[in-house]
Design a protein around this ligand. Structure first.
Ligand SMILES: C[S@@+](CC[C@H](N)C(=O)[O-])C[C@H]1O[C@@H](n2cnc3c(N)ncnc32)[C@H](O)[C@@H]1O
Length: 227
């Protein structure tokens, strides 16, 4: 059973850890702790057992770390690796909370290790998103959509997310190259208050889907912004 990175864990190589501790900044006028935050837990993106490619995991850590959201939502938890990565970035920022929802997670670690700023809701999106909103004590400004990958469910997730976010919120969708997810996003861009930002991870995977035994397209991350 893998365990989350300890709270103060540095990067795994001491030379890298040293390089994240510059003695000077080129711009020193601000003491804003968010500007001075260091990515001490970046290694979590590499070692957490997430149902994502390594490039996608690093992107998830980097976007949360760079955007410094106040309230994050993850739809679809499975083994909990995505939650650990988001929690690691928020912990490095000493800022923000995460609410994760899944009707039947298969956690591979003790959630209490990340419960300082992460809440697990056993429930289904979109029906139980109101419970997530209550747990976060306000609307979300960062959402990672990675639940049921059917077109109907993914579109329903986005309908729900539109209700739980404020303008400017960033929404990432995993497996955006999967045709049903791609169709749901296309419909959402037509009829829901979202703008297309980019496809920041071109991690298209046309391989064998282990669970179904069929060859199909998965992978990729699409970035939307709430209008
Ligand atoms: C691809 S996995 C999530 C992987 C995880 N985000 C990660 O980064 O490792 C999909 C998960 O979505 C969950 N799921 C299915 N329907 C859901 C729903 N309506 N609401 C929330 N989660 C759902 C499944 O139980 C499954 O654990």
């Amino acid at each position: 059973m893998s365990q989350p990175t300890p709270a103060a864990s540095p990067l795994s190589h001491s030379s890298q850890a040293t390089s994240t501790q510059p003695s000077t900044f080129t711009f020193q006028s601000s003491n804003d702790p968010l500007l001075r935050a260091q990515p001490h837990r970046l290694a979590t993106a590499v070692i957490a057992h997430a149902d994502q490619k390594p490039r996608e995991r690093v992107l998830l850590y980097a976007l949360v770390f760079a955007l410094a959201p106040k309230r994050c939502l993850e739809i679809g938890v499975r083994w909990g690796g995505g939650s650990r990565i988001i929690h690691a970035a928020l912990s490095d920022l000493s800022h923000g909370v995460l609410v994760s929802i899944d009707p039947s997670p298969s956690l591979e670690f003790d959630w209490t290790l990340i419960a300082d700023r992460a809440t697990l809701i056993i429930g289904s999106s979109p029906a139980d998103l109101g419970r997530c909103l209550a747990a976060a004590d306000g609307p979300f400004d960062f959402v990672f959509v990675d639940g049921d990958h059917s077109e109907k469910s993914c579109y329903a997730d986005l309908e729900g997310v539109a209700q739980m976010t404020t303008p400017g919120a960033n929404i990432l969708l995993h497996d955006a190259f999967h045709p049903p997810v791609d169709r749901a996003i296309a419909r959402a861009l037509q009829s829901l208050p979202f703008a297309d930002v980019a496809m920041p991870a071109l991690t298209r995977n046309d391989g064998l889907h282990v669970e179904s035994g069929r060859t199909m397209t998965f992978g990729g991350v699409r970035w939307l912004r709430r209008k």
